[in-house]
Design a protein around this ligand. Structure first.
Ligand code: AHR
Length: 349
């Protein structure tokens, strides 16, 4: 932040008082006066080591899921003071208007980098143009933004969510063959994530890429449940009320799966390997992987929240004027009862 030139506004009296105050401070031996304000946006009067920190403003979209908490912790664990960063973390509580406000705040603070995880895909062009006009590089995290001009962001780190949806479809294809049910009429309901988010749009699209090849797969209903346990339970209750013959439940994250399981348990419906209903989930957080191990969830398609190290590397490269990849896809697996026990002990979230 640059200091404003306000000298002419002072009256003669005020100037005298200032001189007296400074002289008194020097005589008292406590006159540590730091007049230089760095361009970087670190606030006035900080020691040099503070001024050398890279200032990053991060608008996280919310704290709706176990996954989201792990994602925030990964980023906070990477952009630390020890690594040379000052991270200004803002929780937007699922509201795009809060994210836009936070981004404008980062611009006016002249941070070195802006990062945000877009709650929904559209509506970012104006504020990102403002960031570009201010010369601040933008890094998208986790979800994507649909922009008129891709040069409005420098890099994106996240998951290939179309591929995640396709993995769910391919797993179901193979499972039905293994069970000798590939010719059966299969009724499917889908608990979707936040409407308009890339996680919801792309997982839906990916699964559709596979389901469209199977005329005997019937998607009875796709309904948003906001990626939360409470809403997952509510929507599952509605599905159970409206549809008496459900073969497959697809839940676009583990938190909604936990809610859906509560609703099914209350109705005496069992799920998983030996259950009434095939259950497909996304994220692969520890609690869900335990349910995979117990055979309650058939398959969990991983969405990897540990993106902090990827971001750290990107910013370091940018600081060294090195080029960076525009799209940075994190590594992800598929967990079933066959392989999950190998990973349970090391899963920290
Ligand atoms: O964008 C990633 C998704 O958002 C995760 O699947 C979900 O748990 C989170 O809320």
């Amino acid at each position: 932040m640059k200091k404003k030139d306000s000298g002419r506004k002072y009256s003669g009296l005020l100037s005298c008082l200032m001189i007296l105050f400074l002289a008194a401070a020097v005589f008292a031996g406590c006159g540590s006066f730091q007049g230089v304000v760095p361009e970087s946006g670190v606030s006035d009067g900080m020691p040099d080591e503070e001024n050398s920190l890279i200032v990053v403003g991060f608008s996280q979209l919310g704290s709706e899921s176990v996954w989201r908490t792990a994602n925030s912790e990964s980023i906070q664990g990477a952009l630390t003071r020890e690594n040379g960063f000052f991270l200004e973390f803002n929780n937007a509580r699922q509201k795009q208007e809060n994210q836009i406000k936070a981004i404008r705040g980062f611009i006016s603070q002249r941070v070195d980098y802006i990062m945000f995880s877009p709650v929904t895909e559209s509506g970012w062009d104006t504020v990102l143009r403002e960031a570009r006009d201010a010369g601040i590089p933008v890094i998208l995290v986790d979800r994507k933004a649909s922009l008129e001009d891709d040069s409005l962001y420098t890099a994106w780190v996240g998951s290939d969510m179309i591929s995640e949806g396709e993995k769910a479809g391919v797993w179901l294809e193979e499972y039905l063959i293994k069970e000798g049910r590939e010719e059966e009429e299969i009724n499917i309901v889908v608990l979707q994530g936040t409407v308009g988010s890339s996680a919801q749009l792309e997982r839906t699209k990916g699964f559709h890429n596979i389901s469209k090849e199977h005329s005997n797969w019937h998607i009875l209903k796709q309904e948003p449940a906001d990626f939360t346990t409470a809403k997952g339970k509510e929507v599952m209750e509605m599905f159970l009320h409206n549809y008496k013959d459900i073969d497959v439940v697809i839940s676009q994250n583990d938190d909604m799966t936990f809610g859906a399981l509560q609703a099914m348990e209350e109705e005496g419906i069992t799920t998983g390997v030996d259950g009434d209903v095939i259950l497909i989930s996304f994220d692969a957080v520890h609690e869900a992987l335990e349910l995979v191990s117990q055979g309650v969830i058939n398959v969990d398609i991983e969405c990897n929240p540990e993106q902090g190290e990827y971001i750290l590397e990107i910013i370091r490269k940018l600081e060294n004027n090195e080029s960076v990849d525009k799209e940075n896809v994190v590594e992800e697996k598929v967990f079933t009862q066959e392989n999950v026990d190998r990973y349970l002990d090391t899963r920290t979230y």
